[in-house]
Design a protein around this ligand. Structure first.
Ligand code: HEC
Length: 123
């Protein structure tokens, strides 16, 4: 068999592999559980984080509404999103999230950023 034929056979498999890496991140299945585990204790109605910032993380609609100052997510751009800066601990030490705690894992931060970059859909 010539090398050309081998390339033709192998190429579709490589393409399948790379496309599965950029799999769509789901809000309900991937993002919401992270917020639930790491943020909800302070960001539900009546708790400190929600009271002070206005940000409730109980639903997609509330997350997208943001704080009393406005949205914290820019659909399609994690680098422009306040939320990403805070969870990635790129903001001032006093406002990084979660407060007074270890940051969420790199994998979790990546997942949320990918979800935002994919358009922050209610999927
Ligand atoms: C231990 C309590 C606590 C936890 C846990 C927590 N927050 Fe907060 N959050 C606060 C408080 C209090 C504020 C009010 C503003 C401040 O003190 O920075 C706030 C404010 C915010 C703001 C608005 C910041 C601004 O400058 O407008 C965002 C966005 C935010 N939190 C996101 C999150 C996310 C996402 C998580 C989970 C990864 C999280 N928080 C976990 C307490 C918490």
């Amino acid at each position: 068999m010539s090398r050309h034929i081998i390339t033709l056979i192998v190429l579709p498999f490589i393409m399948m592999l790379t496309s599965s890496c950029s799999k769509e991140v789901s809000f309900a299945k991937d993002v919401q559980p992270i917020l639930q585990n790491n943020c909800a204790e302070c960001h539900v109605k009546g708790k400190k984080g929600q009271q002070e910032s206005g940000l409730s993380l109980e639903s997609y609609a509330e997350l997208m509404k943001g704080t009393k100052f406005g949205p914290v997510i820019v659909k399609g751009s994690s680098v422009s999103s306040t939320l990403s800066r805070l969870i990635g601990h790129k903001a001032d030490k006093s406002i990084n999230m979660p407060h007074d705690k270890q940051r969420i894992s790199i994998d979790e931060i990546e997942l949320i950023n990918t979800w935002i970059d994919q358009g922050a859909k209610n999927n």
